[in-house]
Design a protein around this ligand. Structure first.
Ligand SMILES: [Zn+2]
Length: 307
């Protein structure tokens, strides 16, 4: 299960030693920027606490599976409400902590964004940490532990997550997604090897280009050259965005071609789509050369609107 967290070898070996020595602390802080794996590490620790296999967290049993998906009844996740972690939530946690575990031998309480606790909430949490119920384990997630009361920090072991290496981050994203290698490397570098943030940007970028590709399709099939140019203007200064738009647009055309070939469209429209695919393929090849991209996209729109 440790392999779910990329990099951070020291933290993994520390936790592994604690688990095998039956010394898992009752309160921990996991600090790090969003996207570095705070929830992943919290799940690993939670699974280590309640997986009943000899090599806990085995990562293979039902318990580990439920914990990894944050749906185990004895792993409870608490979040801030409207950007404040309120004292009422801490009171709920305190009450829940005195309830016996439902299935496992312990209950794990994971608190998200504890840096958003107000003073009242922090003091209430401190009381729970001072007299923890024997079955409870608390994991506090935060961007920075320095934003928590020193009295809370002194009762917890802190794990500070670090970015993995460029190779580790790109390798992970390559093996879990089908984004282009070049896009992955560029994004990971821009995000300082932060895997979560890179994935967010890659997914958003892809979603945006899918939307642009549909707009382009709508414009060219209605012969609206100006609208088609407007879509292309949005990407013309970003080569990777152009590549992404063209490949999404080609995907739409291929899907439409398959549909029309199945008889949903007339023969003329099938031929038109086929012509458009040929044009896009030519432009995709041309886009890889060192040419004027704005001119290339203008040519694309003009030729597509003529078909
Ligand atoms: Zn397990």
């Amino acid at each position: 299960m440790f392999d779910r967290l990329i990099g951070n070898e020291l933290i993994k070996s520390q936790i592994s030693e604690m688990v095998s020595g039956n010394r898992l602390p009752h309160a921990m802080i996991i600090e790090g920027e969003d996207g570095l794996g705070k929830h992943t590490l919290a799940a690993i620790i939670a699974a280590a606490a309640i997986c009943e296999q000899s090599n806990a967290p085995c990562g293979k049993c039902r318990v580990c599976d439920l914990v990894a998906r944050y749906v185990h009844p004895d792993v409870c996740l608490y979040s801030p409400q409207k950007s404040t972690f309120k004292v009422d939530t801490v009171r709920t946690i305190r009450n829940d902590a005195y309830v016996m575990p439902l299935e496992a031998k312990r209950r794990v309480f994971i608190l998200e964004h504890t840096e958003l606790m107000n003073k009242e909430a922090e003091n209430a949490l401190l009381k729970v940490l001072e007299e923890p119920p024997g079955t409870a384990i608390f994991i506090l997630l935060t961007m920075s532990a320095s934003q928590l009361l020193p009295t809370i920090r002194s009762r917890c072991i802190t794990f500070s997550l670090q970015e993995p290496s460029l190779e580790q981050a790109t390798e992970y994203i390559k093996s879990h997604t089908d984004f282009e290698s070049e896009d992955i490397e560029k994004t990971v570098t821009e995000c300082g090897n932060n895997i979560g943030r890179s994935l967010e940007i890659l997914n958003n970028g892809k979603a945006l280009q899918i939307q642009n590709a549909w707009e382009l399709f709508g414009a060219v099939t209605n012969g609206k050259k100006l609208d088609a140019l407007k879509v292309c203007c949005k990407v013309e200064s970003d080569r990777l965005a152009i590549d992404s738009l063209l490949s999404e647009f080609r995907r739409i055309l291929t899907d439409e071609f398959k549909k029309s070939a199945c008889g949903n469209f007339n023969k003329e429209s099938t031929q038109n789509i086929s012509k458009m695919i040929d044009i896009v393929d030519e432009i995709i090849v041309a886009a890889k050369s060192n040419c004027n991209k704005a001119l290339l996209l203008t040519t694309l729109c003009a030729r597509l609107c003529e078909t």
